[in-house]
Write a protein that binds this ligand. Sequence first.
Ligand code: ZN
Ligand code: ZN
Length: 352
Amino acid sequence: MFCARRVFRCFKTLERWGDRITGAAGPYFVGLAVILISTGVVCFFDVIARDLSYPLISIPICILIATNLLAHYFYVCTVRPGFIDAPPAEAGKSILWAKGHADRGKGKGRIRRLTALGGSSGVEWSTELRITPASLTQCRRCGLQRPERTHHCKICNRCVLKYDHHCPVSLLILWINQCVGLHNERHFVLFMVYLVLATFCFSILGYPHLMDSLGLYYKPWVYNVPEIAFALTYVLAVVLCLAVGIMLLYHLYSISNGETAVEAQDHTEYRDRAKRRQEEFVNSYDLGRMKNLQLFFNIGENGYPLYTLFFPFRIMPYTDGRAWARREGYDKHHGVRAGEELTDEEEEEEEQ
Ligand SMILES: [Zn+2]
Ligand SMILES: [Zn+2]
């Protein structure tokens, strides 16, 4: 795993450099990303989709992937990550919002709001989950009281619930131009999932057409998209599939450990310190790989049905960011001594 961590770290560093270089021009890049994704979709449906076998099944599946890709990109750019000074987010009533098991009266039907108006006591969310209120600290930059897992974003200059990272640009293509946090992290990961899926299909199914577009098969080019545009889009799709695929694995690995991107770094530090004292670091948000993934996507009992992963629905996270599900027997991380917790400033220094 050590080697994999190094590869991920290397990619993270590349990503951060990309962020810095293109950060200032964020909004323009969002526009460019929309154009590039749309070009890919047009190339696919104009060229590749025409020759697909079993079109009655394969075309609807391709349309579903493209719809999810565009919708999650739209959501991740427009859904606010959850600022600490903004009013609590509520589920919407439109058809874009999926109904949870609790809304439909299935499951245990517990109320989803965990800490009404600042809340005090922990709420038993289900028989198998123990959710306790987050401890509060004061942000040194904006002076607000904030629950654990909140971090101050230097670029947005606000405190963000379950802050993951600020994303002007990831890998020079995923232009988000805002923070990824509690309310849009699921869209961010699903966007990457559908981008990898879409570019993978493009790379595999489009290979014979690439040869056509390069004139290698001497077959006439009968499509509306120019050959050169198709060939360039194909190359971009292959590169993205590999690059975003590695980023996606890194994110899924962190999620399955019950960590955000910031916490994955902090916990490495805590783990090393605990090890030097011959102690073991235990992440109290880690409920086991399966449960961590379920909570992140908020599916399963008391959450939303599995199909919400396959359609571009909006859903609420399992928590309001002011209470967290904890591992049995742990109210806080084990192996971190008082005063050892990394602050936003130290995290930034570490990132330099
Ligand atoms: Zn702050
Ligand atoms: Zn930000």
